[in-house]
Design a protein around this ligand. Structure first.
Ligand code: SF4
Ligand code: MG
Length: 316
């Protein structure tokens, strides 16, 4: 099978007291092919990070399942579970807070190598040096501490740490959002190069479409814990079906003047609180095309065209 990750009716709910819940991830199903980059976009609070962390097994799901290379994470035990933990790695948005400030960079990168028994002694040190070079740093940097580096360099260290255990799947949770614009393209290019070199599969999380456009084969759009649309990147940009995706696209800067007149910016209000989401379709309070039924029941997730999934009554 060419499917690496399969997410099936996944839910992650948080109790917030008084019997109330936040549905951070609500009934999401999709799969990720080997070697592809799936971009995941949505406003803050849409559940992107929670989905990414639940997929790599950092959070247990409330219900539903995640399979990795055909194995259900919930049933994996012992050696198999450790192996899956090695294969799935996470790159964080803020390398500042995800790198232990008391450890030298070499120790940070070596941690996973040791934990998984991949190398020791001289071989381990050599691997650390190779990893530093691979991400565009110098082997001597192994002796320094995280605070001695810039934000972009710290993200490179975070990437080296993830790569150290030779994963096949990486969830990159807004890996460039905290970086200067001038550095963002460098880090994205590095991730793309590493993918080509090591046949990596990525789930690349970002808050806007412009950031994932360049790197993603397919893009998923989340809103209030639900997946609204998922399609090949080109299809999504050429023919966005979901009204929310259309809004996101309308707010993107247009690079070509020819398209400027064709695309009118659609303005909608503030998102509802995830603590008190709307009934029916989660987007109904802001949707320019909402109908009566949208307030009553939620639309189902369906493949309305080849490889183009959407949850919206306009297509039922
Ligand atoms: Fe808009 Fe209704 Fe579609 Fe939701 S289901 S996006 S409210 S048209
Ligand atoms: Mg987040």
């Amino acid at each position: 099978s060419d499917i690496l990750v399969e997410v099936n009716e996944l839910r992650k709910y948080y109790s917030i007291g008084n019997g109330r819940q936040v549905k951070s991830v609500d009934d999401i199903s999709f799969s990720i092919r080997k070697g592809e980059t799936l971009g995941l976009v949505g406003e803050s609070g849409s559940g992107k990070s929670t989905l990414g962390r639940t997929i790599v097994g950092l959070y247990p799901p409330t219900s539903g399942s995640v399979s990795f290379a055909g194995t259900d994470l919930a049933t994996a035990r012992g050696r198999q579970k450790r192996e899956i933990n090695r294969q799935m790695q996470l790159i964080f948005q803020d390398p500042q807070s995800s790198l232990n400030p008391r450890l030298r960079v070499g120790e940070i990168i070596a941690e996973g190598i040791e934990a998984h028994g991949l190398a020791k002694g001289r071989e381990k040190a050599e691997r650390v040096h190779q990893l530093l070079e691979k991400v565009g740093l110098h082997p001597d940097h192994a002796k320094r501490y995280p605070h001695e580096f810039s934000g972009g360099q710290r993200q490179r260290i975070g990437i080296a740490r993830a790569l150290a255990v030779q994963p096949s799947f990486i969830v990159a949770d807004e890996p460039i959002s905290a970086l200067d614009v001038s550095i963002q393209a460098q880090v994205v290019n590095l991730l793309a190069d590493l993918q080509a070199e090591s046949q990596l599969t990525y789930l690349f999380i970002a808050h806007d479409l412009a950031m994932v456009k360049y790197i993603s084969d397919r893009i998923g759009v989340m809103y209030l814990g639900r997946m609204m649309e998922l399609a090949e990147s080109d299809d999504l940009f050429a023919k966005p079906l979901h009204p929310y995706t259309q809004v996101l696209l309308s707010t993107m800067p247009v690079s070509h003047p020819k398209h400027r007149a064709e695309r009118e910016r659609i303005v909608i209000g503030e998102p509802p609180s995830p603590i008190n989401p709307p009934t029916g379709c989660p987007f109904q309070t802001r949707c320019p095309q909402a109908m009566g039924i949208c307030k009553q029941i939620a639309p189902t997730w369906r493949e309305v065209e080849a490889k183009h999934w959407v949850a919206c009554f306009l297509y039922e």
